[in-house]
Design a protein around this ligand. Structure first.
Ligand code: ADP
Ligand code: ASP
Ligand code: MG
Length: 280
């Protein structure tokens, strides 16, 4: 067992602005020297925004480029809070978004799900580049890994199934040598690739699943799903003031919260550790 390997996942909410990305770097600074694989989702609600780009393209509303531009502007605005104006990340991010522009210049592909995956996956490619570049700036050496080189799937676009033997083999071959005490490895949640090397996605909210895939294939010691809140609160702090942290939460109460609309998913406590971002 490679029992010292750890896997951390930071979702879109945890990296939705420059301040939170800085906070993530502060947290990770405490883990210097750890063999750590980091999985990130797209920034904030980027996936929803890219879905709208896909739909506008399919419906040929003429709004697809405009919607894409809004996504790009939000990313560049976030960069301003993290990097100097001449930083290399501006160019590499632009190159990443160009892939979508090329797709939009073509007629909509007849297979909606295929086209969706090629476009929406760019959210994670962009966010992972930004976080990796910021970690490097914060003197936390980080190897950016393309999850598509590891997470091998069938070609059921938008809900691709993992091909476990190939994924396991690729994780051992391309991740293990990079997972040293000198650098972190950072990769994207949600995305994989088919045997024809086309990008696939694992289904909405799939980044937690990606973290579990890597944890399993690397035989990790543990996996932490970080959240940008101090714990489970009495209500969503984005919607309500004066929320308080629940110090104890029974399984039954958690189920009740989901009944009343909370997006808490209950996972048997086998392998799962949820860690909380302090003081945000
Ligand atoms: P991600 O998958 O992007 O990490 P989630 O979808 O798990 O994030 O959402 C995290 C967000 O959930 C928090 O930022 C918080 O605003 C919201 N939230 C909603 N209900 C609660 C609650 N009862 N306690 C804590 N956070 C909550
Ligand atoms: N970005 C993807 C989504 O919003 C995956 C995830 O966040 O888990 O569904
Ligand atoms: Mg999520």
């Amino acid at each position: 067992m490679n029992s010292d390997i750890r896997v951390f996942k930071f979702g879109g909410a945890s990296i939705r602005d420059a301040e939170r990305i800085q906070k993530v770097a502060d947290i990770l600074a405490n883990y210097k020297g750890t063999r750590l694989l980091i999985v990130v989702s797209a920034l904030g609600k980027t996936t929803n925004a890219l879905e709208k780009v896909v739909d506008a393209h399919v419906a040929q509303t003429g709004k697809a480029f405009e919607l894409l531009n809004e996504v790009k502007i939000a990313h560049y605005k976030l960069l301003e809070g993290l990097f100097e104006p001449n930083a290399e990340i501006y160019t590499s991010l632009n190159d990443t978004f160009v892939e979508i522009e090329w797709a939009l210049e073509e007629e909509p592909h007849e297979d909606y799900d295929y086209m969706y995956d090629q476009i929406v996956s760019v959210g994670e490619l962009a966010s992972s580049q930004i976080v990796a570049a910021y970690l490097a700036k914060a003197e936390l050496p980080t190897h950016w890994l393309d999850a598509r080189d590891v997470v091998r799937t069938d070609n059921l676009y938008r809900s691709a199934g993992v091909i476990w033997d190939e994924t396991m083999e690729a994780a051992k071959r391309s991740v293990l040598p990079e997972l040293t005490n000198e650098q972190f490895v950072l990769t994207q949640g949600f995305i994989g690739s088919s045997s024809e090397n086309f990008t696939t996605t694992l289904g909405r909210e799939g980044s937690d699943y990606t973290a579990a895939i890597f944890s399993y294939c690397l035989d990790a010691k543990d996996m932490s799903i970080w959240k940008d809140v101090p714990g489970v609160l009495t209500a969503d702090p984005r919607l309500f003031e004066n929320v308080t942290k629940l110090d104890r939460l029974s399984y039954r109460e958690a189920i009740e919260m989901t009944y009343y609309g909370a997006k808490v998913r209950i996972i048997p406590p086998l392998f799962f550790l949820i860690a909380w971002m302090p003081k945000i």
